[in-house]
Ligand binder design. Sequence first.
Ligand SMILES: Cc1cc2nc3c(=O)[nH]c(=O)nc-3n(C[C@H](O)[C@H](O)[C@H](O)COP(=O)(O)O)c2cc1C
Length: 238
Amino acid sequence: MKKTISVLAAILLVFGLAACGNKEGQEAKDDAPTTQSGSAREEEKAKDSGDQSGTPDPASDTPEAAEDDASSVEAGRTEQDGGTLVVYFSATGTTKGVAEKIAAITGADLYEIKAEQEYSDADLNWNDSGSRTTKEQNDESARPAIGSDAVSLDGYTTIYIGYPIWWGIEPRIMDTFVESYSFDGITMIPFCTSGSSGIGRSGRNLADNAGSGNWLDGKRFGAGASEDDVRSWIESLQ
Ligand SMILES: Cc1cc2nc3c(=O)[nH]c(=O)nc-3n(C[C@H](O)[C@H](O)[C@H](O)COP(=O)(O)O)c2cc1C
């Protein structure tokens, strides 16, 4: 009888253990996802490829990051703007175009010399011996008045100075400008535009009339001057 009870107890023990083992196995199986929902899959995919897919990088989109970018640009501008100025006179826009290219390339400030009395088309007519420009250019002492506000040259160490060629030389209003300022300690770099004439003696005229500044040889550009043309010239000055 005792033997029978022991055998029964052993059978029960074996079945009990087997049942326990099956339950653990089932629980482990339940933990594993059987399917992945569409949106979860999208999220996973996004997580995997987010950095390479052009997704915005939150680190650079924060206001702080934007401020950092702005301040570094600002710092560069301040440094360069403090040193270089592009001064120009332009009656029909060609010299202005070159001046803006120089300013964009060097990060310089721009100052436009405007005539107090703007030049009309009739004034600019070089075929008319009685036109304003013909008369001014024929008169070495002509000094047309400047209408734009005066500019402070404080802090500038380099000035690009540009103008169109009129009758082979600088417009007289450029002489008005150079005689109105002191360029001590400033490197002066003339540039001009023309139909075909070279810069001639215009740069030397300006240097002589200014009486101050370290004047470099100038450069003439045509109407079609490209940014690359202007950049190559600026690089050749370094
Ligand atoms: C009154 C006058 C005289 C000019 N004289 C010359 C000249 O002697 N040689 C030349 O090549 N171009 C001459 N030009 C053409 C200008 O130099 C040329 O169109 C210049 O690029 C104009 O520059 P702006 O548009 O900045 O005024 C003259 C233009 C004017 C209005």
